[in-house]
Design a protein around this ligand. Sequence first.
Ligand code: ZN
Length: 409
Amino acid sequence: MVEEAEKRDHRKLGKELDLFCFSDLVGPGLPLFTPKGTIIKDELQKHIEKVCRSYGFQKVSTPHLAKIDLYEKSGHAQKFGDELFQVASHYKQNYVMKPVQCPHQTQIFASRPRSYKDLPIRYMESEKQYRDEKPGEIGGLQRVIAITVEDGHSFCTVDQVKQEVKNMVEIIKNFYTSLGMWENHSVSLSVRDYAHPEKYIGESSDWDLCENMLQEISDEMDLKAVKHEGEAALYGPKLDFMFRDSLGKEIQIPTVQLDFATPKRFDLEYTNNEGGKSSPVMVHRAILGSYERFMMLLIEHFAGAFPLWLSPVQVAVLPISEKFIDYANEVKNALLENDIRVELSDRAESLGKRISEAEKMKTPYILVVGEKEVADKTVAIRTRGIREQQTLPIQNFIEKISKKIKDKA
Ligand SMILES: [Zn+2]
């Protein structure tokens, strides 16, 4: 087991598969994603955004810093304390790097008059946020100081909260199903520490309402959430989702959190159906949390053999010798035209060496082409993890893997 964990260590595999790196000049805790690592990050983001768009989420983009006043108002300045990065300006204003996305998004909501007819309003973004971590606590992608967080919020009426939370649970289910991880999950209903109400912001009547609502949702959706006292967020109770990775380690990532307090702190309001003013509820949700930590989990869970739709290189094309380079290029271009990520391996090395190289990179499909393939317009296919080879006309191969990519199979 220890040996297996070492083999899967994301720092080791990240280097071997060329996914990310660090630089002394850039600084510790600041990972740099290489072209291959960036493909994985972008694919995850595209997938999440597509699922969320179908539930009415709209993408926003906010700056990486703000006046400290924003976080004093939200309560994060007090909560994060020394973890806030201070930025000194040459002018009178000082800033802090954002430790979370939520307060910025409240200001987009507040930028126009809102009516009950406009709600729910749902925002999402995948931007960086920053935590001034102690140097000794930084390591690999596990804990970094520049964190790319996929974050989303729904601003809604009290009557809409239940449906919003249910939608978010559906989104989480959809996303983790596509990674084959949903079957292996458990849910926690994280509530207040009833003995220490001073640790939280907001009214206790709102907390009662929220905690009961999450319990009802758990019952109605058969989530079998287990109550954990003292695990709530600063501003409200939450549903936390735990998964087991392939080594049996429990990991907590997705979360849906109810928040009556933040909208009140920022005086957010909308015109209700009686013409008066009401304050919206904010529902926070994270699906994959931070891309850095999620990348670490994916690398270790799949031991670098990512599902086809996430693989940085989906197909490697290997001509048997340089005589067949023209046909290999033809195959490569046909794949590229169909948005399949392909690499041509035509270095002056033996075929055996090039095959073993592509296998070491965990490439899902290796296509070998020689005289027979040129004559028949076919490709000889070696599929990752399967012993038998297969030969198909190039067009059939493209159709087959395009469908797999689309279905995230
Ligand atoms: Zn939030």
